[in-house]
Design a protein around this ligand. Structure first.
Ligand SMILES: [Zn+2]
Ligand SMILES: [Zn+2]
Ligand SMILES: [Zn+2]
Length: 363
């Protein structure tokens, strides 16, 4: 399950993971996992100027904070006074993997996020569980644990303080982990199947890139029935884009421009009465057959309908890539197959919350 140190390929790309999150959410445990099992090395920012939320039950533990981090690794720890020196150090050591849990303010985060090798990962956990973990930590040091109410008030301040609240940081995370695991073993199992250090998290591949452009085009849709976006591509270059809606110089669908769409007809019915041009049609019309040429790929966030499919075949598209299914996928697939056009589904990796839990495959 775990990736052993010596079998990690030596050609991975440089990566710096920044872990941020609430009190006892598990970011140090995740850093420790990355160091132990995925060839990461820990970096520390020793800045004493970062804002701290004080007057809380954690004050008596804060002195032990750096001691906690030291436990993360028995290897040497690299400590830097400023974010700039940390970044210079990392930039020179490409092909290595780095992790830090020392992001405390927006200025630091802005500097890190400018770099293409930086991935911000937030970690959160249920407050009842974080309180339990905090109590355990206090008890292991013969300190009085706070009651739940005191912990919650202090934790709220940590997260939502108007100037220094951690929410400002976690809000910008590219990956958000939710950590309800109750043991290190469970956490490690969940992380093992997550592939957190996958380089696609840093830089999208072509499929991801064009599908995201198609989804962005869909945001411009004015059709009352459904948002659809499309991008036409050849040799990894965009030829044209399209989204669905009424023709130019006519009233937008969402302003009453298409009676069919505005009368709540069921999806896929009375299509011949519809005035909305589909995303694929718009992209094809915009490009024109001459410019489309050979080897063009059509990216569409929804599988093309029948009327679009026959037009796609007619202009000589080579491949259709779609993300979500539609009501007539089978029929569309049959037409494309008959016309010698490759059809495949590609759904970009889901952003947002990743639930860390043991999967059946792990048992
Ligand atoms: Zn419409
Ligand atoms: Zn319509
Ligand atoms: Zn269509």
């Amino acid at each position: 399950m775990y990736i052993a140190w010596d079998i990690i390929p030596s050609c991975w790309i440089i990566m710096l993971i920044g872990l941020c999150g609430g009190v006892c959410s598990g970011k140090h445990a995740i850093a420790e996992y990355l160091v132990q099992y995925q060839g990461f090395q820990l970096l520390e920012l020793s800045s004493t100027t970062f804002p701290r939320i004080s007057n809380g039950p954690g004050d008596h533990l804060s002195l032990q904070h750096s001691e906690e981090k030291r436990k993360v690794t028995t290897q040497s720890v690299f400590v830097f006074k400023t974010t700039e020196t940390l970044l210079t150090f990392v930039t020179k050591r490409w092909r290595e993997r780095w992790v830090t849990t020392d992001i405390w303010d927006i200025t630091t985060l802005d500097l890190l996020l400018q770099r293409p090798f930086f991935l911000l990962v937030s970690v959160d956990a249920p407050v009842s569980l974080r309180w339990q973990r905090f109590r355990d930590r206090c008890c292991s040091r013969q300190l009085d644990p706070p009651d739940l109410e005191r912990f919650v008030v202090w934790d709220d301040k940590h997260l939502y303080d108007k100037d220094h609240g951690r929410t400002y940081l976690t809000d910008r995370a590219q990956v958000r982990l939710f950590n309800p695991t109750s043991s290190l073993e469970e956490l490690h199992n969940a992380l093992g199947s997550l592939d957190l250090a996958n380089e696609l998290r840093l830089r999208p591949n072509w499929d991801q890139y064009f599908m995201q452009l198609a989804s962005l085009a869909a945001q411009r849709s004015n059709c009352m029935k459904r948002r659809v976006g499309c991008v036409l591509v050849r040799e990894h270059r965009v030829i044209s884009t399209g989204y669905n809606g009424t023709p130019r110089n006519t009233k937008n669908c969402n302003e009453g421009g298409c009676p069919r769409c505005n009368h709540g007809e069921a999806g896929g019915t009375s299509l011949s009465m519809c005035l909305c041009i589909h995303a694929e049609e718009n992209a094809l019309l915009e490009a024109g057959r001459e410019r489309i040429g050979k080897g063009a790929v059509l990216y569409c966030d929804t599988c093309p309908c029948l009327t679009c499919t026959v037009k796609i075949a007619q202009v000589g598209i080579s491949e259709v890539v779609y993300s979500k299914g539609y009501s007539m996928d089978e029929e569309s697939a049959a037409i494309l197959r008959g016309a010698g056009i490759n059809l495949r589904q590609f759904s970009p990796p889901r952003n947002g919350l990743v639930y860390l839990q043991r999967t059946d495959a792990m048992d």
